[in-house]
Design a protein around this ligand. Structure first.
Ligand code: AMP
Ligand code: MG
Length: 388
């Protein structure tokens, strides 16, 4: 390794930052040769250990680089140069990490590969009022955007409006917020028919049959709240494909190593701006897809990181469920999360007498109350909401 490897990475044995900047050509990984790890007699380390040590040194050098130096290096390699310093650092470090994987003889592990061919990005819009007090949210826009595993956003989006059943008349606040008009929902189909159309769209793209896919949303609410409530209102089984998904915020914070984020933070940190109209479901989904695409291009190995626990079993496996990504993440009990999307209060459907409706869907503990062992932040947020 020593000299050749460092040259390959744009470093020399004695230099750090300057030589990183000096390399302007895309390095070409040498052909793989199958050989058993053996000790380098001179150093006493296996080739794998040597690579790890070199990578640590490279990471150390990157940590010392200025933002401009990192950008210059990224530009030389032909990588995207937008974003805040932490994002750029991660992009460059990950580039070298991938080079190492390509170089080493070790077989790829589970951690190195994506378990899906496509992401299906969904962002529901729902009926609402200004305060959302005792408001039961019904889905009124169902958009979906496809992203392939290489981080390309595909063009064939899905978008349907849905006709609300409980509150057929939209509040002026809801129309202002989402841009969805009364006539758009009046002329739309009810949710169950739209769901069938969505599943047909998935079938057209061979999702769940030929290709593996994972659902991706901005936060836990779309599947854990809006879809769950909607399936109860429509009295239909909760779709199999929606039982697990990727929460983009979690994937983003884990990958770039930052604190809590929302859509605006993520865009800002990546040097992107929101395209379109905020709270238009399709535009939201396209912007979320653009962020997810950026993560994939930066080398994030995304995993399902949210699961549903408390949903009615579906009678028949919906088309998408069969080959969707399975496992690989930790449950966050999203269905019980108390965090609100924007100012949602997420009340249960009530009858006139104030009893929860659809009681068979609500047996057991309240889905709003975080349970023992769950995220402490969720619990604190829940207590805060209870107090206010
Ligand atoms: P979003 O994906 O952020 O557009 O939000 C999804 C849904 O949450 C909206 O369609 C509304 O039903 C609800 N919502 C979002 N923001 C607000 C808000 N500020 N006030 C009331 N409801 C909201
Ligand atoms: Mg939205």
């Amino acid at each position: 390794w020593s000299e050749a490897a460092l040259n390959f990475l744009g470093l020399s044995a004695n230099k750090g930052t300057e030589s990183l900047l000096a390399s302007s050509r895309e390095p070409i990984a040498p052909p793989k040769t199958k050989s058993k790890p053996r000790l380098d007699m001179a150093s006493g380390f296996t080739p794998e250990e040597e690579i790890s040590m070199k990578l640590s040194r490279i990471n150390g050098a990157i940590n010392k680089m200025t933002k401009e130096e990192i950008q210059e290096k990224l530009a030389n390699i032909g990588l995207n140069t937008c974003g805040v310093k932490d994002v750029l650092k991660k992009r460059l470090k990950n580039y070298y990490k991938r080079q190492r994987t390509a170089q080493s003889n070790r077989a790829l592990t589970e951690d190195d590969v994506l378990k899906f061919d496509y992401l299906v990005v969904i962002d529901y819009e729902a009926t609402c009022s200004e305060t959302n007090d005792n408001f039961v949210h019904e889905i009124i826009e169902f958009p979906a955007v496809l992203v392939d595993a290489q981080g390309n956003v595909l063009g064939d989006d899905f978008q349907r409006f849905c006709r609300p059943k409980l509150n057929p008349k939209l509040t002026p606040f809801c129309t202002d917020l989402t841009g969805i008009t009364q006539s758009q929902v009046d002329n739309a189909q009810y949710f169950p028919e739209v769901l069938v159309e969505f599943e047909n769209w998935m079938a057209k793209h061979k999702l769940g049959t030929q290709y593996k896919f994972a659902i991706l949303t901005d936060g836990p609410w779309d599947m854990a709240r809006f879809l769950k409530t909607q399936t109860e209102i429509s009295d239909i089984p909760f779709p199999q494909w929606a039982r697990q998904w990727i929460n983009l915020r979690k994937a983003y914070t884990a990958f770039y190593g930052c604190g809590k984020v929302n859509l605006q933070h993520m865009l800002q940190d990546l040097g992107m701006t929101f395209q379109g109209r905020p709270h238009c479901g399709l535009d939201d989904a396209r912007n979320i897809a653009a962020i997810a695409a950026r993560l994939l291009k930066d080398g994030c190995i995304m995993r399902v990181n949210e699961f549903h626990r408390d949903v009615r079993p579906s009678a028949v496996n919906s088309r998408g469920g069969g080959r969707a990504e399975e496992g690989g993440g930790s449950s966050s009990s999203s269905s019980r999360m108390s965090s609100s999307k924007s100012r949602l209060t997420q009340k249960r459907p009530q009858t006139k007498e104030g009893q929860p409706t659809g009681s068979r869907s609500y047996h057991g503990e309240s889905p709003d109350i975080p349970q023992e062992g769950e995220n402490l932040e969720d619990l604190l947020q829940y207590l805060k909401l209870q107090r206010s």
